[in-house]
Every structure is written in C-alpha cells, then in structure tokens.
Design a protein around this ligand. Sequence first.
Ligand SMILES: [Zn+2]
Length: 172
Amino acid sequence: METIYPLQVTYCPICTLPVEYCEYGPDFNACKKWIANNCPEAYPELAEEFEKIKLGEEPAPIEEAKAPVQAPTKKVKFEGPKQVKIALLKRGATKNITAISGLKDFGIDLKAEAKNIRKKFACGCSVVDDSIELQGNSVNQVYDHLSEIYPDMKLVIEEEGGKKKVNKGSKK
Ligand SMILES: [Zn+2]
C-alpha cells in the first residue's frame, strides 16, 4: 500500500484515474471498494458508505445522473416517400408475373385487394409475402385500376429493371 501525502495524486488501481475522478470512471462502485480501504478521505461525503463497504456490504447503486451519458438514439430514417411498385417479373422463358408491392405501406388489406383484382381481371392472383402477384402481364391494367381507386397513391411501373412510368401522385 502506498503512503498518501497531502497534494499527492493517488491513482486508483481499479480505473487508473486519479482517485478524485473515480466517480466519473467506468465503474465507480468497483473503485469504491478500493477507496474505502485505501483512501476514504478522497470522498468525505461517502464516509458512511465506506464504513458499510468495509463491513462487507455492496456499494449503493450508482445514481442515474452519474451514469455515462448515452448518445441519443438516431431516428430511423424513412426511406423515401411511400409508393406502390408494379413490376413485370419473368418466370422461366415465357411466363410473366405482374407483382404489386408497397400496398401494405398504404394500409391496404392485401388479401382483399387480391380478391378485387381477381374479380376485375379474371386472372390468377395471390398474395406472396408483402406483394400481390398476378399471372400474366397486366402491368398497365393494374396501373389503371390502382390509379382509379387510389387517386392519391404514387405508382411506379418497373419493367426490366428500369422505371417506365411514374404517375404524378399527390404530395401531402
Ligand atoms: Zn477508480
């Protein structure tokens, strides 16, 4: 144990900071146990707690205010405006699928909408994951259908990787 002289800086072996800075260190409670036995005079206001620690009690939990300040959580950035994408997918050499994605973002019940489309276009139509898929190339019909019933919806037609047609959509 090292001898403590007035004005001499005592370094805490737990956090390696000068003892008077332990309270800002990573684990003040761990330091307290060492301080209690070696230099309790560094924290006169904790004399009572040090006595308890020396008797084998665990240090009191660290107050919230002394906990390290955490950086505020970044808000998740909203990725672009909501839009519905109508895409022509190729399945095999000849089969076309018209896939509609993004409807869920508008709070549309996919199963109900698939049913509407099935009736209107008299074609096979099913919900696949978060998209509605129609058998065959019905891209333009789906575009007209959706822009008719959802005039505010931003619709994007995607064909072979490129955007072909974008309706105005109405910005709010
Ligand atoms: Zn320390």
